[in-house]
Design a protein around this ligand. Structure first.
Ligand SMILES: C[S@@+](CC[C@H](N)C(=O)[O-])C[C@H]1O[C@@H](n2cnc3c(N)ncnc32)[C@H](O)[C@@H]1O
Length: 314
């Protein structure tokens, strides 16, 4: 019933104020009803089902509100190397990166096709004002897509993509993505696999082993340190917890350029997973930086959301 109500309101109500009031009234009534009703016995299984249904509605509502708020987002103009102005795209069905052509790298990877296209497309907006950084490339599928975009961008000539990872193999979630021959012992370094799969673009990379937070076998890896000046474009794919994200943010955000640095967060949309899981803290992390980060893109297929660093805007 709730689903039908939302559907009718969203698709047939042309008056935004009316729509807002109806949604508010609906939930007010339901909450009062819940508070005054006599308790009934529910099994654990039934409670979980209800919880998950409400979580799913909550995700759908918040998705919808982000799409609606896209037209409110304002930021200074940013142009690509071919003069295209960077727009806001929140779950667009026909986003501009759709037109990107992809090479087949024939290698394991954890990102979707839409994400590969996006990585290539967004790299066209690099202007040379700071460095391009990737955190968490794993075997380099994302790295190859980023370099594909950077190579056709004049502003990148004479530069390298700075890549950081702890290169620690975690059998439980890495093994399923590779063939038997590439499976390593738990906590073994996988740097040689990264080097093999990124060999065609090795001259475009500066690679360093570093950890962003202490995590599962990386205790002896040195912490991330930065001495390469301003950062203009950064791709982050290294964990969903506040701890993991705060690690790189503390080390690198002093080098971000207000109204210029673009931050691509690969795992952001994982907070939408139902049932909710404690470690999916990406939305909480960006909320905690609300004055500094403005969302500008969100993909449909995969986990990517992208933020512009606005540097302490009130
Ligand atoms: C999901 S994988 C990245 C997938 C990759 N971008 C691709 O295209 O296939 C996450 C990567 O982050 C790295 N990582 C996770 N936590 C880390 C940490 N605390 N410090 C350094 N690297 C970390 C892992 O070693 C792994 O390479």
């Amino acid at each position: 019933m709730l689903k039908k109500f939302i559907h009718t309101r969203i698709f047939h109500d042309k008056n935004p104020e009316n729509f807002t009031c109806q949604i508010e009234n609906y939930f007010h009534k339901k909450i009062i009803l819940l508070n005054t009703n006599k308790k009934i016995h529910l099994s654990q299984n039934q409670i979980e089902r209800i919880e998950n249904t409400f979580s799913a509605y909550c995700v759908a509502f918040k998705d919808y509100l982000r799409v609606c708020s896209a037209s409110n987002i304002e930021y200074p103009p940013i142009y690509s190397n071919s003069g295209v102005k960077l727009g806001v795209h929140i779950m667009d069905l026909n986003p501009p990166w759709d037109a990107e052509l992809l090479e087949n790298y024939d290698m394991p990877g954890m990102i979707t096709r839409e994400e590969s296209k996006y990585y290539k497309w967004i790299s066209g907006f690099y202007s040379g004002k700071g460095r391009v950084v990737e955190l968490g490339p794993w075997l380099g599928a994302s790295t190859r897509s980023i370099v594909a975009g950077l190579r056709s961008n004049q502003a990148f000539s004479g530069q390298t993509l700075l890549v950081f990872d702890d290169f620690v193999w975690r059998k439980s979630w890495m093994d399923p993505y590779v063939e038997e021959k590439d499976r390593l012992a738990n906590h073994q370094s996988f740097r040689h696999l990264f080097d093999r799969y990124t060999a065609p673009v090795a001259t475009d990379l500066t690679v360093q082993r570093a950890r962003f937070a202490v995590y599962d076998g990386n205790e002896s890896v040195p912490p991330l340190q930065w001495d390469s000046g301003a950062i203009e474009l950064i791709f982050v794919d290294c964990g969903r917890t506040i701890d993991a994200n705060q690690g790189w943010y503390s080390a690198l955000s002093p080098y971000f350029i207000p109204n210029k640095t673009i931050i691509v967060l690969q795992d952001w949309r994982l907070h939408r997973e139902v049932p909710f899981r404690w470690y999916n803290q990406t939305e909480l992390f960006t909320l905690s930086k609300k004055q500094e980060l403005q969302m500008i893109h969100e993909l449909n297929d995969g986990g990517v959301a992208t933020f512009l660093y606005v540097g302490g805007k009130q």
